[in-house]
Write a protein that binds this ligand. Structure first.
Ligand code: ADP
Ligand code: MN
Ligand code: MN
Ligand code: MN
Length: 342
């Protein structure tokens, strides 16, 4: 007998990479091995040769096909089989995480996203707007909740795939939701975020909205302009030291505000971050760094429970929904651990 391995990889699309996949039939006596694809069709052709190597980094049960079938998340390499492809940000993240492995860093990412049916957010009227924000966050009822079937199927699929999914909730804008992955170390948390993003989009293909069209997923940071919340990817972070000391948590927050760091982080937190971090809608303005206990209007929030317990983690509220989780986690490790090593 054979099984189907769905190979997944991150492409080179700019300004925000996409996840791609294709399937391979493998004899059940074999493990998923190295494979390849045509990089000229994914914005990944480097120079003369368009062949890109797929090197598996994570294999999970396939909750969509079931049975013995697998999902195979890969990193991309050049044909020398060892040099990371220029679009492979995972490799760099792994190097930085390894350099600071003694810090035992953990990440919990809150991935927000917006469902669409055709050109409108799911549940929105064709013309005009739904009722203003206020009742949608963690709401219930067909007048306020759109897409729960996809959300629940996705949650179960993530569990079945063995991902560290921590929860889900409906968000502030109608049709917007969130799932959380973690706490997990980097780069694994990035692997899991990408797999969970793919599962969400894949499940939406098979479920129709009220207008009869299948449900698509947008990771756009500000899908609807105006008085509607954007979509972020709050990044919760701790080191071993922070998990036992409040001072270490506060120092981590301060280090993210050291000269040059706010600009550097913002520039790598996803396209359109300036449109989302306006200072309104539970955000701090992108150009003004701040941190505070329990403050959802700060760049960095120290949860009240952390202040109460005197230990824990901090939340970087700045990354966009469309961020590269390998890049975001790499930058936080680099900034916080370099500062703590001084
Ligand atoms: P919010 O109140 O901001 O909506 P969530 O409950 O959505 O918070 O997400 C908080 C996330 O923080 C969880 O997904 C969890 O994985 C993560 N987390 C909890 N403890 C730690 C820790 N010590 N280090 C890193 N992340 C953590
Ligand atoms: Mn949350
Ligand atoms: Mn949220
Ligand atoms: Mn949050």
């Amino acid at each position: 007998m054979s099984y189907i391995a769905e190979y997944l990889w991150i492409d080179g699309t700019k300004p925000s990479a996409k996840i791609r996949s294709k399937a391979k039939v493998i004899s059940d006596s074999e493990k998923p091995g190295i494979w390849g694809f045509d990089g000229s069709s994914t914005n990944q052709a480097a120079g003369e040769s368009s062949d890109v190597v797929l090197s598996p980094v994570m294999v999970t049960p396939d909750p969509i096909r079931g049975g013995d079938n697998k999902l195979v998340l890969c990193e991309t390499l050049l044909t020398d089989m060892e040099t990371p492809h220029p679009t492979n940000t995972r490799a760099k993240c792994a190097v930085v995480a390894e350099k600071y492995s003694s810090f035992e860093t953990w990440f919990g990412l809150e991935q927000e996203y917006t469902f669409f049916e055709g050109t409108q957010p799911l549940g929105w009227p064709d013309i005009g707007f739904p009722a203003p924000q206020g009742g949608y966050y963690c709401g219930v009822g067909a007048d306020e909740i759109f897409g729960r079937e996809v959300v629940n199927k996705h949650l179960q699929a993530c569990i079945d795939a063995g991902l560290s999914i921590a929860g889900i909730n409906a968000e502030v804008m109608a049709g917007q939701w969130e799932f959380q992955i973690g706490p997990v170390e980097a780069p694994k948390v990035g692997d899991e975020i990408w797999l969970a993003r793919w599962l969400l989009q894949r499940i939406g293909e098979d479920i129709k909205g009220p207008k009869g069209m299948p449900i698509s997923v947008s990771f756009d940071a500000k899908p609807i302009k105006g008085d509607w919340n954007g979509a972020g990817c709050h990044t919760n972070f701790s080191t071993k030291q922070m998990r036992s000391s409040f001072e270490a948590c506060e120092n981590a927050a301060k280090s993210l505000g050291e000269p040059g760091k706010p600009e550097l982080h913002i520039a790598n937190y996803g396209v359109g971050v300036e449109d989302r971090l306006t200072g309104a809608h539970e955000t701090a303005k992108y150009s003004e760094f701040s941190y505070g206990i329990s403050n959802r209007g700060a760049s960095i929030r120290i949860p009240w429970q952390v202040a109460k317990d005197g230990k824990g983690y901090i939340e970087d509220r700045r990354p966009n929904a469309n961020c590269d989780p390998y890049l975001v986690t790499q930058m936080i490790i680099d900034t916080v651990c370099t500062s703590a090593s001084k």
